[in-house]
Design a protein around this ligand. Structure first.
Ligand code: MG
Length: 310
């Protein structure tokens, strides 16, 4: 089947036999929709068979319906929402740049604020979020949403840095779990949730700054140890990423999606003709990678599947 011109350079590129096993040569990248300014934060709702994601500068969230392929506006205004995920009860959890907070959309549609301050000071602009099986909510808080008026409101930070936070499920308390990031961004747990991967995109505004993913051990008390560099990006920056059931990391980059074996080897990539910001596994088998690439939503089937809901 001939591919449309805009997808001619899209597709799989294998650097290691371990990657070649994850696709068939005839499987190709599809562009499901285009028309955004900057897509990010995809989250899959299995029960409803739809994907929600953010179009940050357009201040809206979009919804792709698997049953008929239609795309509609899910929420507008969205407070310049960015990262989204689905918790273990199937509820949407969202990072909002404009309101500088993390929210949960309840089953009745009402919105609960989960976190908007630390130590009495406003958060910077929560960027990406994951929920652990124990109900704890982990999110990054770089300054991207307050650096300009484009993706939020130009504002001064109140906190002394950009950190990752953990929201305790028992008492709702917020704790800083990292203090040595320049701009923490995407985050995801390993399949057994004993490891937490966090990207640092500090190189976006700091020459020679970090453009890597670090790996931490998650301890019983909800703190982190370790934090060695797991992978350094070879094309732009790692923004958001997800982990598959065998622990591979599928990370966004300037030229597509980079796939890392759990041992840290870059085993292959999926070339996408736009800068990619984040990915999510979707479908009844969670074996379809949904890719937020600047103006468009792309998708590709894989011979593996996502490790968690959302
Ligand atoms: Mg991000």
């Amino acid at each position: 089947m001939a591919l449309p011109d805009h997808l001619r350079d899209a597709g799989f590129e294998s650097f290691d036999p371990r990657f070649s096993r994850l696709f068939a040569p005839h499987i190709h990248v599809e562009r499901l929709w285009t028309g955004a300014r900057w897509c990010e934060g995809p989250a899959w709702f299995a029960a409803g068979r739809y994907l929600v994601w953010s179009d940050i500068p357009n201040n809206r969230m979009m919804r792709w319906d698997e049953t008929d392929g239609s795309v509609s506006v899910f929420r507008q205004p969205s407070n310049n929402s960015n990262g989204n995920t689905v918790d273990r009860q199937g509820r949407l959890v969202t990072c909002e740049h404009l309101a500088r907070r993390v929210t949960r959309t309840e089953h009745d549609g009402s919105i609960t604020v989960l976190a908007d301050r630390f130590d009495g000071k406003r958060l910077n602009s929560p960027n990406d979020v994951v929920v652990r099986a124990d109900g704890s909510i982990w999110f990054s808080d770089p300054t991207y949403g307050i650096l300009t008026d484009y993706e939020g409101d130009l504002s001064a930070p109140e906190l002394s840095g950009s950190h990752v936070y953990r929201l305790d499920p028992a008492d709702g308390s917020l704790s800083q779990v990292t203090r040595d990031f320049v701009q923490p961004n995407g985050l995801a747990f390993s399949p057994d949730e004993n490891l937490l991967y966090i990207s640092d995109t500090g190189a976006s505004h700091l020459a020679g700054g970090p453009a890597h993913i670090r790996r931490f051990n998650v301890l019983e008390d909800g703190t982190l140890s370790g934090g060695e560099v797991f992978a350094t990006c070879t094309a732009g920056l790692f923004d958001g990423f997800r982990v598959d059931r065998e622990g591979r990391i599928w990370a966004s980059a300037a030229d597509g999606v980079h796939c890392y074996d759990p041992d840290g080897t870059l085993i292959g990539r999926i070339r996408i003709p736009e800068i990619v910001a984040n990915v999510s596994f979707a479908g009844a088998k969670r074996n379809r990678l949904m890719i937020c690439g600047t103006t468009s939503l792309y998708a590709v089937y894989l011979f593996t599947s996502g490790v968690t809901i959302g």
